[in-house]
Design a binder for this molecule. Structure first.
Ligand SMILES: NC(=O)c1ccc[n+]([C@@H]2O[C@H](COP(=O)([O-])OP(=O)(O)OC[C@H]3O[C@@H](n4cnc5c(N)ncnc54)[C@H](O)[C@@H]3O)[C@@H](O)[C@H]2O)c1
Length: 331
């Protein structure tokens, strides 16, 4: 059992990036577990920030529209907290190349804002940080384990390497309890579906639902792993609950790797039809494409008893059903 559900009952918890995709799914689960949830989110444009994600929960949580860079505001928000889930960041590799300073602000500067506030006003707190597979760069071997060299090939990956290093350093030096989860492609309800420059999975899902032809960049043989958002939420809770996770870095993964073509075939099966074509990578994507990637997640499986539980076809079925119902809030 990765964690004991009762352990979160009545616990004051801070979730940064709570209006975003993964943050809002975590908030929903924490509210069900009885936690006292405070959300910090700056509603940053071009991210998954979406007020609809928490619209039905607002009477059960406290929400602060604050940028983590604002250390004064963060001081009051972290004071007395024992548990912080940090989902605030920017995920787009393509945008990070267009506006490296914005990525630096969100993925590095703002992370120091949270860490400094915790160092001064919440010593002893536990922080769960969300890192990314992109930190590894182009895999030298597969599956990629946590010992694989970190050689990111885009700005976002570089900033996430730096941010993770800040967290681990503050953990070592200042008694903050830190765990970093390196996420892979995460999908599910509540994600930014707006355009293909943010992440390719939600974009393909949107095109499939709209019955438009999907474009796969390259030959579609690239391998990837996919994690349904509920599984990521369970990993976040396990990392928070288990002291064995302190100071550790863990890969998440999917139930098995799929080629992009296989992924698209399953997606089209779920939506009930559609078509795709393979096209060459646009120059801006090709330069930062990492080729095939899938994770070895045996470390988190053995240390925290976590493994993905939702198979891809089932996760896509839930996802498509959600967006068909709430499409006007995401398109
Ligand atoms: N979604 C994925 O597939 C994926 C993969 C790897 C890693 N991750 C990591 O998981 C985390 C969450 O990803 P997501 O998909 O939920 O992103 P998202 O874009 O849906 O949500 C991010 C949220 O963070 C908020 N935010 C950003 N900077 C902030 C700041 N300085 N202060 C306060 N709020 C701020 C945004 O307003 C937004 O609501 C990110 O750190 C991301 O790097 C996600």
């Amino acid at each position: 059992m990765p964690f004991v559900e009762e352990a979160f009952d009545g616990v004051p918890v801070l979730v940064t990036g709570g209006y975003g995709f993964i943050g809002s799914n975590l908030v929903r689960r924490l509210v069900r577990l009885g936690a006292k949830v405070t959300v910090v989110d700056a509603l940053v444009p071009n991210t998954g920030a979406n007020r609809f994600n928490l619209a039905d929960l607002e009477e059960h949580i406290a929400v602060h529209v604050v940028n983590m860079i604002d250390e004064d505001a963060m001081r009051e928000l972290v004071r007395g907290r024992t548990l912080v889930f940090n989902l605030a960041g920017h995920v787009s590799h393509v945008y990070s190349m267009c506006d490296p300073y914005a990525d630096l602000m969100m993925n590095c500067h703002a992370q120091l804002g949270l860490l400094e506030a915790c160092r001064k006003h919440a010593p002893g707190a536990k922080i769960v940080f969300t890192a990314t597979r992109q930190q590894y760069g182009r895999p030298e071997y597969l599956p990629v384990d946590e010992r694989h060299p970190l050689r990111p090939i885009d700005i976002n990956g570089i900033h996430k390497v730096a941010a993770e290093a800040y967290y681990l350093l503050y953990g070592r030096l200042y008694g903050i309890h830190v765990t970093s989860l390196r996420l892979t492609n995460t999908y599910g309800p509540g994600q930014l579906m707006g355009n293909g420059r943010h992440a390719f999975v939600p974009w393909l899902i949107r095109l499939a639902i709209d019955d438009q032809q999907l474009q796969i960049f390259g030959d579609g043989q690239q391998m990837r792993d996919f994690t349904y958002v509920d599984d990521v939420v369970e990993a976040l809770l396990a990392a928070a609950y288990r002291p064995e996770s302190d100071g550790e870095v863990f890969n998440l993964g999917g139930e098995r790797p799929y080629s992009i073509r296989e992924f698209v075939d399953i997606l089209l099966g779920v939506v009930g039809g559609g078509s795709y074509t393979c096209v060459p990578f646009p120059e801006d994507r090709g330069r930062i494409d990492i080729g095939s990637y899938y994770a070895d997640f045996s470390k988190i499986k053995s240390v925290l008893d976590w493994q993905p539980a939702v198979p891809l076809a089932e996760g896509l079925r839930r996802t498509v059903e959600y967006y068909r119902r709430y499409r006007n809030h995401y398109w």
